[in-house]
Design a protein around this ligand. Sequence first.
Ligand code: HEM
Ligand code: HEM
Length: 145
Amino acid sequence: MDLPSFLWLWRIAAWSMGLSVTAYGILALSGGWLLLARRQKRSRPAWLRPLHYTIGGILVTLVLLLLSVGLLGTVGYYGNLGHSVHLPAGLTVVGITLLSAWSATRIGPKRPWARSLHVGSNIALLIGFLAVSLTGWDVVQKYLP
Ligand code: HEM
Ligand code: HEM
């Protein structure tokens, strides 16, 4: 793979990461609202849950896109994987995101553990995003002139 098309891939990575962090912020706000409404036994607007669910689906899509761009770009350029801690960081973030989405589908009155798992995995996801951004920023330096 030649360098220009390789750079294109990292441009996609940077944009998707910005969108992912934005999605995370909206999810934290709307999720916090859901939690407060439930705790204080107040009603919540009808659109709040579908909004949270839809943005959640977008986050999952973005993270999977980032994974494929990272894997395909690296294999296309080097022919193999595992060039830095960015690989385990990336795989961990994908795993936590899927865990969060799966636990969300389990949330219900009969499954209190699903709520805790959902909230817990989302706190872990914040740390994961931080790690993947820092390590990603680090490897990008190799390609900057
Ligand atoms: C990964 C994609 C995500 C999906 C599919 C998703 C979906 C859901 C669903 C279905 C609920 C239950 C809503 C209800 O009570 O009716 C929920 C609750 C919640 N979500 Fe998410 N969510 C996602 C990501 C996130 C993220 C990233 C955060 C925080 C940064 C978050 C924070 C919350 C909170 C605080 C609650 C309320 C829990 C409670 O009531 O105790 N979610 N989510
Ligand atoms: C959820 C977010 C992300 C995921 C899941 C992800 C995933 C991956 C994976 C699995 C690889 C292959 C690594 C290897 O085999 O060594 C990779 C490579 C790479 N990623 Fe990411 N990535 C993410 C975010 C980012 C961000 C934000 C940047 C830039 C700021 C970035 C820049 C790169 C670069 C430059 C490489 C090439 C690896 C190298 O040259 O060592 N990634 N990514």
